[in-house]
Design a binder for this molecule. Structure first.
Ligand code: FMN
Length: 229
């Protein structure tokens, strides 16, 4: 799975190994690029959605154009959806599948520590925001066009809008950031998508998948009853 930037330098080798290529794109132009480079599956984070502040988790970019991606490409597409009944909605809109991240951060298999998982359980989508401050403070070389969606906290509140100041004092600020306690979520980053509203427990990954499939089957079955032949 490739995200960010031109996938074409890598796709030849991946194809040659007999594997499928998944490209996560942020813009219509990138979707076209990925298709031309031979992507088998394109993840369009905003496909069909019109949310003003995006609909993304972790590092996903601030691009737009998902709805247009959907109309442009048929076949192996995959969309990110995590609303209740989201899998059914994505399939109904023509996607071949969905990609999920946040839900699995609160799974038994997740490598996040318990305090991080508990924070996820207690947070809502309105508490998330796209920001670069956590990358800047950690000296991560993410381009400015790729902010990440995370839980808003005192640290991000303090530096949001003052990114240049933070960058100018990065070394000192990084020391302070790294010195904070692991359970200090006023400072520590917790990456999360807006679908965090729906995360209320910490099941196994397989239980999560089974639950989502069961919900989708129930929703699609109900929907099919609306059709009179
Ligand atoms: C903790 C975390 C880290 C992520 N890191 C990356 C990343 O490094 N690169 C990337 O392309 N996407 C990253 N993502 C985004 C996922 O690839 C995926 O698009 C997204 O999580 C799906 O949306 P959802 O989290 O709302 O289910 C990350 C997501 C999470 C939750």
């Amino acid at each position: 799975m490739l995200s960010f930037g031109d996938p074409s330098p890598f796709t030849g080798r991946i194809k040659a190994s007999g594997r499928k290529i998944i490209c996560q794109v942020q813009t219509l132009a990138q979707a076209k690029e990925a298709a031309a480079a031979g992507a088998d599956i394109i993840i369009a984070p905003r496909a069909g959605r019109r949310r003003p502040f995006g609909d993304d988790t972790g590092h996903n970019g601030a691009g737009t154009g998902g709805g247009r991606c959907r109309r442009t490409y048929s076949g192996g597409r995959c969309r990110r959806y995590r609303r209740r009944r989201g899998l059914a909605a994505a399939l109904a809109l023509g996607a071949a599948g969905i990609s999920m991240g946040t839900r699995f951060t609160a799974s038994r298999e997740s490598l996040w520590d318990q305090a991080m998982k508990d924070t996820t359980l207690n947070a809502g989508g309105d508490q998330t925001e796209q920001t670069r401050v956590f990358d800047i403070v950690r000296g991560a070389a993410w381009p400015a066009t790729y902010p990440g969606r995370a839980l808003r906290n005192a640290f991000s509140g303090h530096w949001c809008g003052r990114e240049d100041d933070l960058a100018a004092d990065q070394l000192e600020q990084e020391k302070a950031y790294l010195a904070t306690a692991p359970d200090n979520f006023a400072t520590r980053v917790v990456w999360a998508g807006e679908g965090i509203d729906l995360v209320h427990d910490i099941p196994t990954a397989s239980a999560i998948i089974e639950r989502i499939i069961a919900q989708a089957v129930a929703t699609l079955t109900e929907g099919a009853k609306l059709i009179r032949y």
